[in-house]
Design a binder for this molecule. Structure first.
Ligand SMILES: Cc1ncc(C[n+]2csc(CCOP(=O)(O)OP(=O)(O)O)c2C)c(N)n1
Ligand SMILES: [Mg+2]
Length: 280
């Protein structure tokens, strides 16, 4: 069991790794990584069962990165978790790297699926959760999605299917940053009232401030400890760029290009606000 202070340090290091990878390429989906770092810190630093030295261990909880463009965030979490060595961060997005800019299962240890074609993760997660149950394997399936993905009909077909099959071993997280490639999610295709929608599809629903660690922690603990045969969803409201004010304030931050000195400036801001006792 990790303490809140330890998880806060995890989240801070995840943000630092993502900014450092962004600097390698001069661009990337860094705003998402900063916004989602707290959720990933709770998932990898507290909730999930895995063996860093054996990413294919049968008993592991499966983490599916459906929104493959968040790979930079996922790599940062897996570096923090000890699944990927920190030194590999320097190869991010380069030819022959195990860390391509979109998540690829065949390239990267710990990457369960090649996500990125949005709306595919949840249907795959339903299949894996059914398979695990059939094998009497008590592992959980965590499917991670973005709010723009909710535009995809396949998500809602899979949501119905998960409830129909009573998949209590399936936990879905949605990063609600109210952003997508074409602008604010609420303007592109409104999805509210979102908690009511998931509940009406037969899911156990929690909606939390995804940048408030105690709330995220409680939500994961609840999702894991419920005993009913309902799939669980954690709707996480987050702020893109969280922790670096000049990135939080950017209007078009779906994919950011940052001037070279600004990467160091972003790291300096994170370091000035490091949680107590945190070490890079
Ligand atoms: C099926 C599909 N359609 C379109 C795209 C192109 N695309 C890549 S990222 C993205 C935005 C999706 O919204 P979200 O993930 O919420 O954006 P973010 O929060 O990262 O800005 C889109 C439309 C895709 N990857 N897959
Ligand atoms: Mg979004």
């Amino acid at each position: 069991m990790s303490t809140l202070q330890e998880i806060a340090s995890c989240a801070w290091r995840i943000r630092r790794y993502a900014v450092r990878m962004g600097e390698v390429q001069g661009q990337g989906y860094v705003g998402q990584a900063l916004g989602y770092a707290d959720v990933l810190a709770v998932a990898y630093g507290h909730a999930m069962n895995f063996k860093p030295e054996d990413p294919e261990w049968e008993g592991r909880d499966r983490f599916l990165l459906s929104h493959g463009h968040y790979a930079i965030a996922h790599y940062a979490a897996m570096i923090e978790a000890g699944i990927i060595p920190e030194s590999e961060l320097e190869t991010y997005g380069s030819d022959d790297s195990r860390l391509p800019m979109s998540g690829m299962a065949t390239y990267t240890p710990g990457m369960e699926i090649s996500g990125g074609s949005l709306g595919q993760g949840l249907p795959i997660a339903v299949g894996i959760a059914l398979g695990l149950r059939h094998q009497k394997n008590p592992a959980f399936v965590y499917n991670s999605m973005s709010d723009g993905e909710l535009d995809e009909g396949s998500v809602w077909e899979a949501a119905m299917s998960a409830a129909h099959h009573g998949l209590g071993n399936l936990i879905c997280m949605v990063d609600i940053n109210n952003q997508q490639a074409d602008g604010p999610s609420s303007k592109v295709l409104g999805f509210e009232p979102l908690a009511d929608k998931w509940a009406s599809f037969g899911w156990h629903v929690q909606r939390v401030d995804g940048n408030h660690l105690p709330a995220v922690l409680r939500a994961f603990d609840t999702a894991r400890s419920l005993t009913d045969a309902k799939p669980r969803v954690i709707l996480c409201d987050t702020l893109m760029g969280k922790g670096v004010p000049f990135l939080e304030a950017r209007e078009k931050n779906h994919f950011i290009r940052v001037d070279p000195p600004e990467w160091q400036q972003a790291l300096a801001i994170l370091d000035e606000n490091a949680p107590e006792g945190a070490q890079a």
